[in-house]
Design a binder for this molecule. Structure first.
Ligand code: HEM
Length: 494
């Protein structure tokens, strides 16, 4: 009955809007079983992203695929991306696809919400956690302390995996940002409790991501370790919440500004507005998940690419030394470093930390292009239909970026107008109302770390000849890490 209703509705859309069917990838696979088996094999071989690009070149920028009994739409067309994320935002949801994956760690986090409740949570991050005011949430002394810990861990003239150190660095910075206390992962004095907590946060992200990739099969996965991780995280974060609430002044004195915490931390900022422990835990834990691996993935990509493109490294280092010198950079100086922004954009284009994404239609709607044999007709989307879109594929498209799309070339970002025109073709932080609220913070933090590293090291050499290999967790990273050897600048030591 449902299929019949959908068929009738589709015919109306064909008539009214000129919709056409996009190409079907697996026409002879009625239940989509072979597609699922193939995708799983490719995922295990760590080749999902490159295979996706191949499928787009074979079937066009938009095509459908049978997965079990439903037809999933795959697209890497910038016009469709703008429609899903910006113009037709209200027609799409994400919570039905991932809400269950975050349970029981998070009760009602922003990742599990859509509609008015999502909007209210988003506003809380913007206003109460002060994400909209970048200057007020940055703590440069915390950043500098963590960078010094990082520099102490980097050996001189000896190969080491910088991606591991970046993951520890971001764990320290994000726990400081969220809880006001670093996990001290880069130090020798990290307590056992903090070590266990940091391991649990890392492990649970891996489990959430795996649950997402295996889809409906996730219900057969053992949940035991997830429960253990959850308990560790809840206990650890809970202690900070209790301590924060215990030293808070009563509500009626908040306006008197008699309580001024030192530096920024999100828990203090939020506790001025809410005393609900579960709510506070959800807000804070979400950022521990959203802000750690994503930013360390970007940092690793930048260093991986700089080590393999000496001319870019030298040009960037020179501009840092000219504009900032050897002192820690201020926010204004970071903003003035145009070439660094180009390098970050280019690294985000090459290796977007969130390379694929999905949405589900909450109403019958259309995509502007992708239908018919030429791919130029609108596409009918029925309520409940799933769509998968890939920033990784668009970011490498020759149609969009030209014949040198696969060349690492930060200079392509020097023309700001060109950047604006690329709406829908460059979205490492997504676009529209649901774009990453931590974008400016992540870029500032990454810039700070890169600047301090380039002020300290005059040479960075790659020490791994293996090719880049995808590792898909909640965020993308190189499975082979980021093996480098560095040479300190004597002047920086002096
Ligand atoms: C390079 C680093 C980062 C990248 C590439 C990145 C990318 C993204 C992307 C693509 C999304 C959209 C996910 C979706 O809706 O499907 C997102 C959402 C989000 N990000 Fe980030 N992110 C980064 C760092 C951060 C940081 C540092 C924070 C916090 C301080 C943060 C907080 C969030 C939050 C709360 C959301 C959910 C927004 C919503 O659903 O409305 N992110 N991020």
């Amino acid at each position: 009955l449902q299929a019949y209703k959908r068929h009738r509705e589709a015919r109306q859309y064909y008539k009214l809007f000129g919709c056409r069917q996009p190409p079907l990838e697996n026409a002879y696979d009625p239940l989509g079983i072979s597609k699922i088996i193939r995708s799983t094999k490719i995922f295990l071989k760590k080749q999902s992203l490159l295979t996706a690009i191949k499928l787009f070149s074979e079937y066009g920028n938009t095509y459908t695929s049978r997965v079990f009994t439903s037809r999933v739409v795959f697209t890497c067309d910038p016009r469709n991306i703008r429609q899903i994320l910006v113009t037709g935002f209200a027609d799409w949801e994400s919570s039905p696809l991932r809400g269950h994956l975050f349970k029981p760690l998070l009760a009602h986090s922003i990742f599990q919400l859509d509609g008015p409740r999502w909007k209210a949570t988003r506003d809380t991050y913007r206003h109460q956690a002060r994400f909209s005011n970048l200057r007020s949430i940055i703590d440069v002394s915390r950043q500098e302390k963590s960078v010094q810990n990082l520099l102490n861990c980097i050996p001189d003239s000896k190969p080491f995996d910088l991606s591991v150190l970046f993951r520890h660095l971001m764990m320290d910075l994000t726990t400081g940002f969220c809880l006001g206390d670093s996990a001290n992962s880069l130090t020798t004095y990290q307590t056992e409790e903090k070590k266990v907590f940091a391991e649990a946060i890392t492990d649970i992200q891996h489990r959430i991501a795996t649950g997402g990739f295996v889809g409906p099969l996730s219900r057969f996965m053992s949940k035991k370790q997830m429960r253990i991780d959850t308990e560790i995280i809840h206990r650890f974060v809970g202690k900070y919440i209790d301590a924060t609430l215990a030293r808070l002044i009563p509500y009626d004195r908040v306006d008197q500004k008699s309580y001024e915490p030192e530096g920024y931390n999100m828990l203090d900022a939020l506790a001025e507005f809410s005393r609900d422990k579960i709510e506070l835990r959800d807000y804070v834990t979400t950022i521990l998940i959203a802000g750690t691996e994503s930013t360390s993935s970007l940092m690793s990509s930048v260093l991986y690419l700089l080590a393999r493109n000496e001319h870019v490294f030298l040009k960037l280092r020179q501009s840092i030394l000219e504009i900032i010198g050897r002192e820690p950079p201020t926010l204004a100086q970071i903003k003035g470093l145009a070439y660094l922004r180009c390098v970050l954009n280019e690294a985000l284009r090459f290796y977007p930390p969130v390379p694929i994404n999905a949405r589900i239609a909450n109403t019958s709607t259309t995509l502007p292009v992708g239908g018919g044999s030429d791919g130029n007709s609108p596409v009918y989307i029925h309520k409940g239909q799933k769509i998968v879109f890939s920033s990784f594929a668009i970011h490498r498209s020759e149609e969009v970026y030209g014949s040198d799309a696969l060349v690492f070339k930060p200079e392509r970002w020097e023309n700001v107008e060109a950047l604006k025109e690329r709406g829908g073709s460059f979205f490492p932080f997504l676009l529209g109302p649901r774009a990453c609220p931590g974008q400016q913070y992540a870029l500032q933090e990454t810039s700070y770390v890169i600047i301090r590293l380039l002020q300290t090291f005059k040479e960075i050499k790659p020490r791994d000849s293996r090719p880049w290999k995808e590792h898909m967790g909640l965020n993308l990273r190189n499975d082979n890490g980021c093996w480098l050897e560095v040479v300190r600048d004597e002047e920086a030591i002096a």
